[in-house]
Design a protein around this ligand. Sequence first.
Ligand code: TRP
Length: 395
Amino acid sequence: MRIISGMRPTGKLHLGHYYGVIKSWIELQEKEETFFFIADWHALTTSYKDVNELEKNIKELMVDWLSLGLDPKKSVLFRQSHVKQHAELYLLLGMITPKSWLEWNPTYKDMKYNLLKIQDLEIQFRGGIRDAVRQFINMLPYKVEDFEGFEEHLMDSLAENLVEALFNGLIEKEMLQKINVSKREFYETDTYGFLGYPVLQSADILIYKAEGVPVGEDQLPHIEMTREIARRFNHLYGNTFPEPKALLTETPKIPGTDGRKMSKSYGNAIFFSDENKEIEEKILKMFTDPQKLRKNDPGRPDICAVFTYHKIMNPNKDEVEEIYRDCKEGKLGCVECKRKLLPHVISVIEPVRERRKTIAKDIGTIHDVFEEGSKKAREIAERTMEEVREKMHIK
Ligand code: TRP
């Protein structure tokens, strides 16, 4: 099966990237025909203003990939912008993509929101409006069949409206300063390029006629759109593209050290470049069950980030079970539990970190590796483009 996936160069990689996708990429390259690329054009859809960082981030990503075990002998590793055919296909696919598909793409809104830390704001708002929403539902003269579903629905739309109102200056202006988001920034992602993000992604995938796309859950709407665009193309010009499938990993999602999604911008990430001392500090500061205040209070491992780490990184399954039991029964304190975790996190990070240091010294070779990959990718991409041009009578 032919596999493709890409990643935007947004900085150094952390555990979230590894358990989210890269681990599965490394497994796939052993048995499938794999293509992995640095989506530098996609990075520009949001960060077109700070291009100064781009070159550094690309290098950082190349070093991280190789250190983690992506192998140019097994996978074609390349850089999106070095295969110009992606841009040509993107242009042509744009001709057949209804604008409404892009506007309704949930990720279009989501990414905007993520980028602007608005999710944070919404969460804050939700706290404030829950009681009011419940009271409101109770006051309705109708019988509500699905109280919780309706409540969530109202919460979602109210939180969203509150954010809008905030940006329009209708409520507490100070909040905007507090979260450090300017109105200008909000509109920076209101570009044609950002709207077209999924069309470019579709071109990335279809140009290799890939069948499988290993990605995180957040990418599902993009893969779905790729399938729709492929179907539309095939219908209009004859069968050309297979409809690719998203391949999701089975590893549970690894939270950040504060329990939220792991993300550089939240300051809750553990990076593959972290020294052991930093890892220790981060682990010891991790959030645990907020109801477990003292060592002997019973805890709830199911909602605890530290326990999730144990599940993912501690290879001693008997110990993991014991930790689960002891935590629940109030026999294990959080500090001790974190101490037990630390060596496992270090043994995941340390070998990669040390390889990083060696690999980074030889930046010339790294660029050659990606140039070699780009050349292979170009040949395949050009073959597809010849077929596409012919089918669209634009040779
Ligand atoms: N949108 C993906 C992300 O943010 C990156 C990406 C770009 C991609 N093109 C792709 C992933 C093609 C898979 C296939 O993670």
